[in-house]
Design a protein around this ligand. Structure first.
Ligand code: 13P
Length: 252
């Protein structure tokens, strides 16, 4: 069976005190086992080391970076490398989030380099894909997402692709309160798996967890996660509240 995963992307939220409080609340709620096989938190870079130290005390709790540079080191002011993330005790890195694509100009080709960089340091990429509203309205969403997958991932060997987590986040559902329906999520997840299988075969494609992201909340998570190809969620706003986040982790 595939890992069932709930990951919280804190984005650029929480100051030091708030971040400490949030991870401590998550720690204490996870004293009771949760339904998700893995719970991942992605705080801002500045709290990664302390969050990773706390996560190491809790079975099933892991830490992700929100991005990394494609180079391992060098004169890239303000950037962070996969090597640095790994040295902080981080296990995962979110790559290709639509906010990185839109506000920081990350292309499918650049993301191919970042995915390779992360895997080279033994970080597991949580690779994000998803279409804007105009593409959904034109009915072109599967083609659009397939192209993201092809251009960023299809250079990988099967053994490397197997290590990934995919997150489908329709842009029109991020932070808008408008979620994809359970049916729309399942359809797209099945389509992603089919596309991966077309190159890597069904065994590899069936191994990859595919998470849904976009206005996921305790009130809708169970329904969305019910889809057979939906293996959990990548949570934004609701991951900033420990009770809500763990309620989502218990919706699997
Ligand atoms: P929301 O859950 O706030 O819609 O954000 C989803 C997201 O972008 C997670 O990466």
């Amino acid at each position: 069976m595939r890992d069932q995963i709930v990951a919280g992307n804190w984005k650029m939220n929480k100051d030091l005190n708030q971040a400490t409080a949030l991870v401590e609340e998550i720690q204490s709620l996870m004293m009771n086992p949760v339904e998700a096989d893995k719970v991942i938190v992605a705080p801002p870079y500045t709290y990664l080391a302390q969050t990773a130290a706390k996560a190491a005390e809790v079975p099933g709790l892991f830490v992700a970076g929100q991005n990394c540079h494609q180079e391992m080191s060098g004169a890239y002011t303000g950037e962070i490398s996969a090597t640095i993330l790994k040295s902080l005790g981080v296990d995962y890195v979110i790559l290709g989030h639509s906010e990185r694509r839109e506000y920081f100009g990350e292309s499918n080709q650049l993301l191919a380099l970042k995915v390779k960089a992360a895997l080279g340091q033994d970080l597991i990429p949580i690779f994000c894909c998803g279409e804007p509203l105009s593409i959904r309205e034109a009915g072109e969403q599967q083609k659009y997402v397939n192209q993201q997958l092809t251009e960023s991932l299809f250079q990988l060997e099967a053994d490397d692709l197997r290590r990934l987590v995919i997150a489908y986040e329709p842009i029109w559902a991020i932070g808008t309160g408008r979620t994809a329906s359970a049916e729309q999520a399942q359809q797209m997840h099945a389509s992603i798996r089919k596309h991966l299988a077309s190159k890597y075969g069904a065994e590899v494609a069936n191994h990859l967890p595919i998470l849904y992201g976009g206005s996921c909340k305790p009130s809708n998570a169970k329904e969305i996660f019910a889809g057979e190809d939906v293996d959990g969620g990548l949570i934004g706003g609701a991951s900033l509240n420990a009770n809500d986040f763990i309620a989502i982790a218990n919706s699997l």
